[in-house]
Design a protein around this ligand. Structure first.
Ligand code: ZN
Length: 192
């Protein structure tokens, strides 16, 4: 009897039950299975057999294996049934573990799908914020330029006005001097 557990694990070989007791029958395991994933013998040998020929002609003739086979015959069917039940239990545990892992993967995939539109929305919002910010910067730069030009114009006007005031002061001084001169000619005295 041969039992395959998970695909990448080696196939485990068990003796087969026949009318005369337990015998070695390797006919059920193709040579390709020996190549990949390999075969482990239930006799307790740690070797993973990769060659059907050497397994058939060397291993099952070894003392360890022959003693094992003899024990199978001594213990009888009851032990075989127990082994089968144990293996079924192990397979079930592995199936549950695989199902749980698959469930986790599905949950993660679903979460990713749910988060996708949210992520997209946030990215769009960020893009919108960015262009608004850029617009604002441009606007501020333009306003700043406008203020600078206004400021220059005000300085010019200020300069012009200062010159005019200076001009008035000058002509006013000239007028005063002229008035004093005329009045002194007319006989008025001035105390400087
Ligand atoms: Zn063996």
């Amino acid at each position: 009897m041969a039992t395959t557990t998970l695909s990448l694990r080696p196939t485990i070989y068990y003796p087969s039950e026949s009318r005369g007791g337990f015998i070695d029958d390797i006919s059920g395991i193709p040579a390709a299975i020996f190549q990949e994933p390999g075969v482990k013998c239930s006799c307790g040998s740690k070797t993973i057999f990769k060659n059907k020929y050497s397994f058939t002609h060397v291993h099952i003739k070894s003392k360890q294996h022959q003693t094992y086979l003899l024990n199978w015959n001594k213990r009888g069917t009851q032990d075989l049934i127990k082994t089968c039940v144990d293996l079924k239990k192990e397979t079930r545990t592995q199936q549950i573990a695989i199902a749980e892992r698959d469930k986790t993967i599905r949950t993660l995939k679903t979460q990713r799908e749910i988060l996708k539109p949210e992520n997209e929305r946030l990215r769009n919002e960020l893009d919108a914020c960015k262009s608004q910010y850029e617009e604002l910067i441009t606007q501020l730069q333009e306003e700043n330029g406008l203020f600078k030009r206004k400021n220059t114009r005000l300085s010019d006007t200020n300069e012009e006005l200062t010159k005019k005031v200076e001009g008035f002061t000058e002509s006013s001084k000239t007028g005063e001097t002229l008035a004093k001169h005329l009045l002194s000619k007319l006989g008025y005295d001035f105390e400087e």
